[in-house]
Design a protein around this ligand. Structure first.
Ligand code: HEC
Ligand code: HEC
Length: 211
């Protein structure tokens, strides 16, 4: 698949991390989830993820867009909420109501209708502090492997919140934790706005009509 070849562009340090910390090809090639079944299970998610600009209250930031996000990343995020390496009480509750198979199916559902693929052009110029990031998240904000989340068109306040959570350690991830330590609030702001502006963009899924 194309993304495998594009990995060669990754600088040595990042490549090392990828090789040592990420699931190997076997996990990446795991059977895709059942999107039709996922659509039924995702019913409760739309109360927040199906409403454009819907906000988390404390702290105040927008609920992330899931439409077109890489399925393996979404499944991994749900597992992290369940495990507590990623802290958010509501999402822990939501994720805990799903089995691993359920989570894969829901992830497949959000990913499939209109996957986000790299356009080959960027909107504006990546800030200098984002040079290392594009090795995995792509200049256009589309994750170069299914495990790397797509950032293109994500809400900038959500992206900033995520980066600050890694910096603070309330969201634990060995890869990301190592890349955010040196970022200032101004860097985070510039990076968040750059990736949020990229096209094509993640989108807000619409609730399917009740059966
Ligand atoms: C009450 C509102 C609410 C509901 C209902 C809800 N979510 Fe969330 N979800 C959130 C918020 C807020 C966040 C961001 C939390 C954070 O900062 O980590 C989030 C984050 C996520 C993420 C991480 C996205 C990313 O880019 O990392 C995934 C995946 C997710 N939710 C899936 C689901 C699924 C699947 C359901 C239904 C089973 C669901 N959510 C139901 C509010 C909600
Ligand atoms: C070696 C590959 C790699 C590099 C380099 C990298 N990331 Fe990441 N990034 C990841 C992975 C893997 C995740 C998912 C981690 C998790 O599950 O929490 C992630 C998650 C994120 C998220 C959370 C997305 C969401 O939807 O919640 C943001 C934002 C992010 N990265 C931004 C950056 C920025 C900014 C940089 C540069 C300073 C960077 N990344 C460098 C691999 C990378």
């Amino acid at each position: 698949m194309a993304y495998r070849y594009r990995l060669m562009a990754i600088p040595a340090a990042a490549a090392l991390l990828c090789a040592s910390l990420l699931p190997g090809p076997a996990a990446a090639d795991a059977a895709p989830g059942d999107a039709a079944r996922g659509a039924r299970l995702a019913y409760t998610c739309f109360g927040c993820h199906g409403i454009p600009d819907y906000r988390n209250a404390y702290p105040n930031y927008r609920v992330p867009r899931l439409g077109g996000q890489h399925a393996p990343y979404v499944a991994a995020a749900l597992a992290e909420y369940r495990a507590g390496t990623r802290q958010h009480p509501t999402m822990k509750g939501q994720a805990s109501s799903l089995s691993e198979v359920d989570a894969n199916d829901v992830a497949a559902y959000f990913a499939t209708a209109q996957p986000v693929t790299a356009a080959g052009t960027t909107v504006g110029t990546a800030p200098a502090s984002a040079q290392v990031c594009v090795a995995c998240h792509g200049k256009e904000g589309v994750g170069l492997t299914p495990e790397y989340p797509t950032l293109a068109g994500q809400y900038p306040d959500y992206l900033a919140q995520a980066l600050k959570a890694y910096r603070k350690g309330t969201r634990q991830n060995m890869i990301m934790g190592s890349f955010v330590q040196k970022l200032s609030d101004a860097d985070i702001d510039a990076i968040a706005h750059y990736f949020a502006a990229q096209q094509p963009a993640l989108w807000v899924p619409r609730a399917p009509r009740a059966p």
